[in-house]
Design a protein around this ligand. Structure first.
Ligand SMILES: Cc1cc2nc3c(=O)[nH]c(=O)nc-3n(C[C@H](O)[C@H](O)[C@H](O)COP(=O)(O)OP(=O)(O)OC[C@H]3O[C@@H](n4cnc5c(N)ncnc54)[C@H](O)[C@@H]3O)c2cc1C
Length: 452
């Protein structure tokens, strides 16, 4: 109705530009009040057509492109890396975007994407050898951002496969273990998961793991439970972290899905990252061979090395989620009209958009430097933690502004932003909560540990 009103106003405006003499001539030929009455009965589409006829030379206002990279941060990537970034973006737009809301709603994983992911040949992004691309850490981050820009669940699936589970084997496995598992995982022929968190032990995992491992003549016996384990319901292998009853140290194991004593139950009823299949794993006298114990994982410090790498990836993922929400919201506000104008033309809406963009730009520049530090080999736990805290916190803010400028449609899945709002809650909590990552940074800057 308001669109029709605005078109009618434009027609009157056009008629006003006709000079008096012409108008008199027209009024002799047509009944002007009747004409206006007829105009008022036309619908929006008909009025737009009429506008075009009356003013064929009027050009549609050209709007600036929608691009969340306001400081051109990523245009500085080498051409081949920029090309890969855009290739993954196109893949996400074409293959993932059209199906993702349906899978999210049904709490299911889109297995048809796995062979398509394989074709991209990006898994194990930074690893040297084993069929992996051996790209800089920068690209690991950029690709995580591109995936999360469309869907954070798919980015998480990839992060668990390529980062947490392959990363544990790459960083803590023997050469033989790497040769055995990494090439198959790189091609997604084997899917991995990473089991650290327990039902009663989350933030306190470093010193408090209750899952135990015990050396026997035939190998190892594992007992305990692991909660929240992404990909666990369909993974072929799960990295399990357990405390050795003999020396109290945390050790890592490659537990295969058909190991006796291993079982997994899907966690249902999540309000975020619903595509990620999180499992509750039970290990009851689960037998694992010495061959499947990660040969270079001797204490929690080795687990922490893997987390340092993947935590940086989570900061990138949060950035992607914020970027997806910002770009969707900007697009929406330019198309949605109220009071006869696009809502993007209102000052208060522009205020929301600029606040989103400021946060997004800060995040992008921060994670860019974070990955430079990773590539320079100077990244420490506190650097990754600061980025994780900042980006996941800001993302919650960005997605809430995005949802706000979309009015009622902001809570509808079909407009995507509702999914970003929900998913940002899970990213905020996993791989160390705000409090835990703040404590890591706090310890580093003050010299005092405040964990307990
Ligand atoms: C969707 C999703 C996917 C996940 N995927 C995996 C996975 O694949 N593998 C895996 O191992 N884990 C996974 N996790 C687990 C995740 O890492 C934990 O949820 C997270 O570490 C927090 O642990 P918790 O949930 O037990 O919370 P708790 O540790 O119980 O924390 C509850 C609250 O207390 C606060 N708190 C705790 N200790 C302190 C302290 N010392 N000082 C101040 N505040 C404190 C926390 O910050 C938090 O606010 C996943 C979680 C989610 C939600």
């Amino acid at each position: 109705m308001s669109g029709a009103f605005s078109n009618l106003k434009n027609i009157i405006h056009l008629l006003k530009s006709v000079d008096l003499e012409q108008l008199q001539k027209i009024s002799q030929k047509v009944d002007l009040p009747q004409l206006m009455n007829n105009f008022s009965k036309l619908d929006d589409k008909q009025l737009q057509g009429l506008m075009k006829m009356l003013n064929p030379n009027q050009k549609k206002k050209e709007l600036p492109p929608i691009d969340g990279d306001f400081y051109d941060v990523f245009h500085t990537l080498p051409p081949e890396h920029r090309e890969l970034q855009l290739k993954v973006r196109a893949f996400m737009e074409k293959e993932v975007k059209p199906i993702v809301n349906d899978y999210w709603l049904r709490d299911q994983f889109p297995f048809e994407l796995i062979p398509k992911f394989k074709e991209l040949n990006i898994c194990g992004v930074t690893y040297d050898g084993y069929g992996c691309p051996n790209l800089p850490f920068m690209m690991e981050g950029v690709l995580a951002m591109e995936m999360a820009r469309v869907d954070a669940s798919i980015a998480t699936f990839f992060g668990v496969q390529s980062g947490l589970s392959m990363g544990s084997i790459y960083m803590c496995g023997s050469e033989e273990q790497k040769q055995k598992w990494l090439p198959q995982m790189q091609k997604f022929d084997k899917i991995g998961a990473f089991g650290l968190t327990e039902p009663e032990v989350g933030s306190g995992a470093a010193g408090g793991l209750t899952t135990t491992c015990e050396k026997t003549e035939d190998g190892w016996i594992l007992n305990g439970q692991k909660k929240w384990i992404g990909n666990a319901t369909f993974a072929d292998l799960i990295i399990i972290w357990a405390r050795d009853l003999a020396d109290g140290e945390v050790k890592g194991f490659i537990v295969e899905k058909d190991n006796p004593g291993f079982s997994v139950e899907k966690i249902k009823g999540k309000m975020a990252l619903r595509i990620v299949q999180n499992g509750l794993i039970t290990l009851k006298d689960c037998v694992v061979t010495e061959e499947n114990r990660l040969q270079n994982a001797n204490s929690f410090k080795d687990t922490a090395k893997v987390l340092r790498m993947t935590r940086a990836g989570v900061a990138w993922m949060a950035t992607g989620c914020a970027r997806g929400a910002y770009e969707s919201a900007l697009d929406y506000t330019r198309k949605r009209e109220q009071f006869g104008k696009p809502i993007a033309s209102f000052q208060m809406i522009q205020g929301h958009l600029v606040e989103m963009l400021s946060n997004l730009t800060a995040m992008q520049t921060l994670v860019f430097r974070l990955s430079e530090m990773q590539d320079e080999g100077i990244l420490k736990d506190e650097h990754a933690s600061l980025a994780k805290v900042f980006c996941t916190l800001r993302t919650r803010d960005v997605v809430s502004h995005a949802r706000e400028v979309m009015g009622g449609n902001g809570i509808l899945l079909e407009y995507d932003v509702a999914r970003f709002v929900a998913d940002s809650e899970a990213i905020y909590s996993y791989e160390g909560t705000k409090e835990i990552n703040s404590l890591i940074v706090g310890r580093s800057i003050t010299g005092f540990s405040a964990f307990v």
